[in-house]
Design a protein around this ligand. Structure first.
Ligand code: NDP
Length: 297
């Protein structure tokens, strides 16, 4: 039987609608408007597209959006001074520095300069530590989006076996931690994992975050498993154009899986929705307002 499609685009639209309601509640009952500041250094075309999209969606849900575009050759001192200003700015509740940064800038130093409570990407070392110890933190947006989709589809995840393929700091590791915090039995696989196909085949939940086009095929998947495809890969299409594919071979996996996310229209739209959700959460925490339910880990 064909797998159920987990429609990330539709789910993200629902999440954004809820966020818009929460934002108007914050305005009317507490007189505060959540604000997101995005910092872009340089001219990377993909980053420019992401930043535009983030700004547009931030405004659409009624929040304030500020963009700081800095020159490719910006020095570390200038960037750190901007972050210091944004940390102090009461109208800014979320700060996102678009990665990757030009090579003269030390990414870890820059990210760790953001006040942890405004770190809506969840990459600050303090948030990594809080997540790792099961405490309230800001959670990286892509894994949070995957978790919300999994919870929405399954209800409880407790007791399920999950394999996360990929161990990056921004996707694989936090994803595994979130699944563990939801009481899954978690395996993290990576490029050195032996018998990878067999490892993946044990899982009730497979999260693929590898960056290799269509690497996981139907033979890897346990019948009925849920497959979350984080991958975004641009490949040549038959018509001479390029197309987006995931890390999962959708066609063969959809014949075996119980549920699967498509690419595009799966994890991608949830990532920005979770950035907005994190900004609302940060605004609530900073202002000592009870948090809205449904958007945290
Ligand atoms: P990274 O390149 O940082 O990490 C890739 C991981 O995959 C590494 O841990 C690597 O293992 C592992 N890996 C690579 N090749 C293999 C292999 N042959 N077998 C097993 N494991 C392998 O990527 P990211 O985590 O940043 O991103 C992963 C994918 O998700 C990419 O396609 C990216 O574009 C996409 N992405 C999508 C987002 C969204 O919003 N939908 C957001 C962020 C990323 P090792 O550590 O051993 O090298």
């Amino acid at each position: 039987m064909a797998a159920n499609i987990i429609d990330g685009k539709a789910f993200a639209a629902k999440v954004r609608a809820k966020i818009a309601t929460n934002v108007s509640t914050l305005k009317m009952e507490h007189g505060v408007v959540p604000g997101l500041a995005v910092v872009l250094v340089g001219e990377d075309p993909a980053s420019q597209v992401y930043v535009r999209s983030k700004g547009k969606q931030t405004i659409e849900v009624g929040m304030n959006s500020v963009e700081h575009k800095l020159h490719e050759n910006t020095s570390e001192d200038i960037l750190l001074a901007l972050i210091d200003d944004l940390n102090k700015d009461d109208a800014v509740h979320g700060i996102l520095v678009q990665l990757p940064l030009p090579k003269q800038l030390n990414e870890a130093l820059v990210i760790n300069r953001i006040a942890p409570e405004k770190d809506v990407d969840g990459f600050h070392i303090a948030n990594v530590g809080l997540l790792g110890t099961g405490q309230k933190s800001m959670v990286p947006c892509t894994p949070l989006g995957c978790l919300l989709m999994l919870r929405d589809y399954h209800g409880t995840l407790s007791g399920k076996s999950a394999v996360v393929v990929g161990r990056s700091n921004i996707v694989g590791k936090p994803m595994a931690q979130l699944l563990l915090n939801d009481s899954c039995t978690v395996t993290i696989a990576h490029s050195r994992t032996k018998e990878l196909q067999e490892v993946v085949k044990q899982a009730d939940i497979v999260v693929a975050a590898v960056g290799r086009p269509e690497m996981l095929t139907g033979e890897w998947i346990k019948p009925g498993a849920t497959v979350i495809d984080v991958g975004i890969n641009r490949v040549d299409a038959a018509d001479g154009k390029t197309k987006l594919v995931g890390d999962v071979d959708y066609e063969s996996c959809a014949k075996v899986a119980g549920a699967i996310t498509p690419v595009p229209g799966g994890v991608g739209p949830m990532t920005i929705a979770c950035l907005l959700a994190n900004t609302v959460t940060a605004c609530c925490r900073i202002n000592n307002i009870p948090e809205f339910e449904g958007f945290s880990s």
